[in-house]
Design a protein around this ligand. Sequence first.
Ligand code: TYM
Length: 329
Amino acid sequence: MSKPILISGIQPTGRLHIGNYLGALKNFVELQNSGKYKCYFFIADLHSLTESFSPAEKHKQILELAADYIAAGLNPKKSTIFLQSQVSAHAELAWIFETLTSLGELKRMTQFKEKSEKEKERVNAGLLTYPALMASDILLYDAAFVPVGEDQLQHLELARTLARKFNKRFGKTFVEPKPILTESPRVMSITHPKKKMAKSEPSGCLFLDDSPQEIKAKISRAVTDSGSEIKLDPAKKAGISNLLRIYSSLSGERIPMLEKKYTGKNYSEFKRDLAELVADYFSVFRKKKKQLQTTHYQLQTILKSGSAKASQIAEKKTHEVKKKIGIEI
Ligand code: TYM
């Protein structure tokens, strides 16, 4: 029997933070290495055009994300790693999906509401139609599984709705994808622990290639709560709970074990250990990333060959779609 298909992507908008890692990338690598899936991982550059950018910066961000993928353990021999814009079928099918999606469904999306509220003057139409493109990314490959963080669940739900809607109207064509969440589907900001860790607030992020000194400084400044107990209590102790979850996800130690280990110890001892853990955990990553970025050739080759492979699958699917909706001659 052929393996189930799995796909996910990340936007190239700068350095990855530990939320991207614990919610998504760490899991991409584990799922790839499990050998249970046929995996596709892509760089969602078309999505990232919805935010302001310069061409030189965008080019750099794409190659940087490719380096992040490989340094974290994605392997082009095991997974198809590609650049979204190189596979024109993504934009093509997205248009078709836009015609099947109501304006209301798109306006209800939390991400659209938040981003359009922030950028009142510069809300582009792509920010609104974004989930139709995301549905296209997934449905083109018959993906059964999509590993993502919690903030993407609403978009994934639209992909499921579109698959059902299309299948009902034009005949069975698409697979309805299911999300795969990690144990840390929503890592919080270390400065505002009631808010999600996000690139838009860099001071609240631990970046994967932060130096050990930066990690130490950031974690020692991380907002904790009154009291001194190291205990999971997201409602009353949001700060320490978030740090405990990060610790547990990286070390593999369960939270009750950590609570026990730190009984009678204070926040600063816990923070010192966490900073050491984070710095050590990403030390190989930092080295590999630097090495990969010395020459772009290797990264470009990986993306080109992955994109050629993905195009073959995606084009076949768009042919099928065109036929089903009656626009093929
Ligand atoms: P993006 O680029 O914003 O984020 C990449 C991945 O990181 C997860 N993530 C988090 N997980 C836990 N805690 C956090 N604080 C946190 N912040 C981000 C995201 O949930 C995501 O999994 N729309 C997507 C990219 C995309 C995509 C797709 C994903 C485009 N097409 C098709 C899957 C399938 C996005 O903007 O993710």
